[in-house]
Design a protein around this ligand. Sequence first.
Ligand code: VAH
Length: 318
Amino acid sequence: MQSETILILGAGGQIGTELTMELRKVHGGANVVASDIRAAAPIVMESGPFETVDASDPKRIAEVIDQYKVTQVYHLVALLSATSERIGIPAWHLNMNSLFEVMELCVSRGIKKMFWPSSIAVFGPTTPKANVPQQTVIEPTTIYGMSKYAGELWCDYYFKKKGLDVRSIRYPGLIGYKSAPGGGTTDYAVEIFYAAKQSKQYTCFLNAESRLPMMYMPDAIRATLQLMDAPADKLSIRHSYNITGIDFTPAELATAIQQEIPDFKIDYNPDFRQAIADSWPGSIDGSWAKKDWGWVPQYDLQGMVKDMLLNIPVPATV
Ligand code: VAH
């Protein structure tokens, strides 16, 4: 069987760092080409090929695809919710145009499989708040959410009209310790762990009751590989799959941390990201992902908290 050569665009990001390492475990370091606009984490730079690629430069992406004879592409580059609201239309252009260019390159090069992340950010204030079904009212009110929903429609179009086997997951907020998030509304759920280990105090930029869908990164990475390995004829969704993870409010997360660090304290000072969070649902029904490709999460809230606190280094005392 011909071995795969995988290109990861955005390998330096929160998902990209961990996805690169997992794919290199499966396919071998030399067969997974990491790329980003700037150098990635040392573990990525030192475990296989890395190429400097600006995702807004299709000629450069084509060069790397041809140089390595790439057979699969993971296109992870995007500006997230908070950054996109701050930047405005240029964020739409980066998120959308890079998707169009990569899908066109995958079709023209006969690339077998492509992955592109969507997000629960596609849902808006008119979406039901609890256990959001796979098919529902989708009226995003953020630039990031609009770009992700438009992208989902294009993924389905390229599958149906051009035969591109592009697959997608609506990630919830992702929490991990191997790579930092950047520019997201759910980033509080990562920052809080470092604050708990360092100062034992955290001021949260969302209010105490902001329930959001979340997922521990090991589950998110496993879901991604499980979807990509699923037989194409089992996939009934070609926009993007809802997947079930965990959901919690900042107050619930703080309580779970206090089970491990009793003197941890939290207070709340909501900023512009509160309006983004308020437009999103609180929990997701991932039953289609379970039916089509057997998705079941492994981490609950306390399990994630224990593992995060176990792995985040205690700051060196000065
Ligand atoms: C963000 N972490 O906050 C991303 C994610 C569901 C949120 O897409 O923008």
